[in-house]
Design a binder for this molecule. Structure first.
Ligand code: URA
Length: 228
């Protein structure tokens, strides 16, 4: 791997900042000052301002999203769920399946694009479970309708089979494996109802445990990372 990439992946510097550090002669490779970013790093010791740069473990996080936070990585969109993480961790992270600002529940955050693709791609059939509160009473026939697929506005295909469990008159648990824009809200709108509140309980086999309060996060275990 190139030295500039090695630095941006394993420190909090961006590629540009790494280049500046190289020009400042702040980087050594096997104790020799190196100014060029294209030097190949295999197993040499890289120091930045005298501190050894160690290979950073990739980040995989589960976070309990509170309402009012957005799932964006762009700074000026509003307060992001990434703002709940320490600043030095945020660099290079993205959200594997976004939730709306008013939706609460399980959010997965990583820097591994292939892993998040396995979480979000409808073809991978990773089911997300939502606890949905609606404004009008739920009818039993909805179970079959959601299973057969729903025609959403401005979409040319029916939604993939979804599993609906009616919990109370106005509460249901919905399992879907797609993540179209506002999908759950649009599914209920398509059957003349309206979502009053939405909470994501789980993604595939991963659920938020009771001990993870709203706004808190934790690293995934090796076993949990391997689920996807
Ligand atoms: N579907 C929605 O409508 N909103 C979400 O936040 C998630 C799924």
């Amino acid at each position: 791997m190139r030295l500039d990439r090695f630095l941006s992946e394993n420190t909090n510097m961006s590629r540009k900042e790494a280049k500046r550090a190289l020009h400042r002669e702040s980087i050594t490779v096997d104790m020799q000052v190196v100014k060029k970013g294209d030097v190949k790093i295999i197993d040499q010791q890289v120091h930045y301002e005298g501190v050894l740069v160690t290979i950073r473990k990739p980040v995989f996080i589960m976070l309990h999203k509170p309402a009012g936070y957005i799932c964006s990585t762009v700074d000026d969109d509003g307060i992001s769920v990434l703002d709940l993480l320490p600043e030095e961790m945020r660099h290079g992270l993205h959200i594997a399946g976004r939730l709306d600002k008013d939706t609460t529940g399980l959010v997965l955050i990583t820097e591994d694009g292939q892993w998040s693709h396995r979480v979000t791609s409808p073809n991978k059939e990773c089911y997300k479970t939502y606890l949905v509160e609606v404004e009008l009473p739920l009818e039993q026939q909805l179970i079959e309708q959601f299973k057969a697929g729903i025609q959403l506005e401005n979409e040319n295909k029916l939604t993939k089979p979804a599993q609906l469990e009616i919990v109370t008159e106005k509460t249901a648990r919905l399992k879907i494996c797609e993540g179209k824009y506002h999908q759950v809200k649009r599914m209920f709108a398509a059957v003349d109802n309206r979502v009053a509140s939405l909470h994501r309980e789980s993604v595939g086999p991963l659920s938020i445990e009771d001990s993870l309060a709203s706004g808190q996060w934790r690293d995934l275990t090796e076993q949990e990372i391997q689920y996807f």
